[in-house]
Design a protein around this ligand. Structure first.
Ligand SMILES: C[S@@+](CC[C@H](N)C(=O)[O-])C[C@H]1O[C@@H](n2cnc3c(N)ncnc32)[C@H](O)[C@@H]1O
Length: 225
């Protein structure tokens, strides 16, 4: 999966829906220290580097990190780390921002990464993240109980074989309350619609996704004090 993840990045759901919404949420980052949490192949790390941010990219998967290394070389620091564990090599208030694209749905309780992001961010620092939309997950996976966090499996077939990837779906309250409980303030929440460029690639999905939620993109910040 790590080897074929590039296909996923180029899929219009990522390239023409989630990615543009996320990058529009990121404040000016030139010269800022930014953590790319769950960096995968380094899609966001590269975008941040191109805008002259000082980037640390982390992921728990060694093969994903290998691909990220090939993409960004020595233009950023790359470390293996699990975002559900303390980032012991990072000091308090060391970062101006954290970006976390499509990685949180592999984590059951978001309080753990959010608490750690809050610790490493300076006062007034930003967190920008994306996730599957709770409504889409609830319907697509015919959830037993909307109000519970439930483990589901998503089928990935880019490698030619079907792989069932476990993830956690959750109600809306389990997106917002963990943020508030860990000291973040919610600045902006976007339920993005596909860009026109999506239409040429997947016209039927385009029509559906104009009327039906797919992702959530959020910008939150730590208190200025
Ligand atoms: C769908 S990919 C997204 C990659 C990248 N952020 C992007 O948007 O292109 C999810 C990534 O999250 C990583 N991941 C999942 N759980 C993680 C954890 N607990 N700690 C760190 N990385 C994790 C996976 O290894 C994978 O690279």
């Amino acid at each position: 999966m790590a080897q074929t993840y590039k296909t996923q990045e180029e899929d219009p759901y990522c390239a023409d829906l989630e990615f543009p919404a996320m990058t529009e949420l990121v404040p000016p980052i030139e010269g800022k220290r930014v953590l790319d949490a769950g960096c995968g192949h380094g899609r966001y790390a590269e975008w941040l580097i191109e805008r002259e941010a000082d980037v640390l990219a982390v992921d728990k998967n060694a093969e994903m990190l290998e691909q990220a290394r090939r993409r960004i070389g020595d233009r950023a620091k790359i470390r293996r780390a699990d975002i559900t564990e303390p980032l012991t090599f990072v000091d308090n208030s060391e970062f101006d921002g954290v970006i976390c694209g499509l990685s949180l749905h592999y984590v059951e309780d978001w309080r753990r990464p959010f608490r750690e992001f809050a610790r490493i961010l300076r006062p007034g620092g930003f967190l920008v993240f994306s996730a599957q939309h709770p409504v889409d997950e609830y319907v697509a996976f015919e959830a037993e109980n909307y109000f519970e966090i439930e483990q589901e499996r998503m089928t990935w077939s880019a490698s030619g074989e079907e792989i069932a990837v476990p993830f956690y779906r959750r109600p809306f309250s389990e997106v917002i309350n963990p943020l508030i409980e860990t000291g973040f303030q919610l600045d902006e929440l976007v339920e993005p619609k596909p860009k026109e460029s999506f239409k040429e690639k997947k016209p039927e999905s385009f029509e559906k996704r104009l009327k039906y939620p797919t992702f959530l993109c959020v910008r939150a910040s730590t208190s200025e004090r």
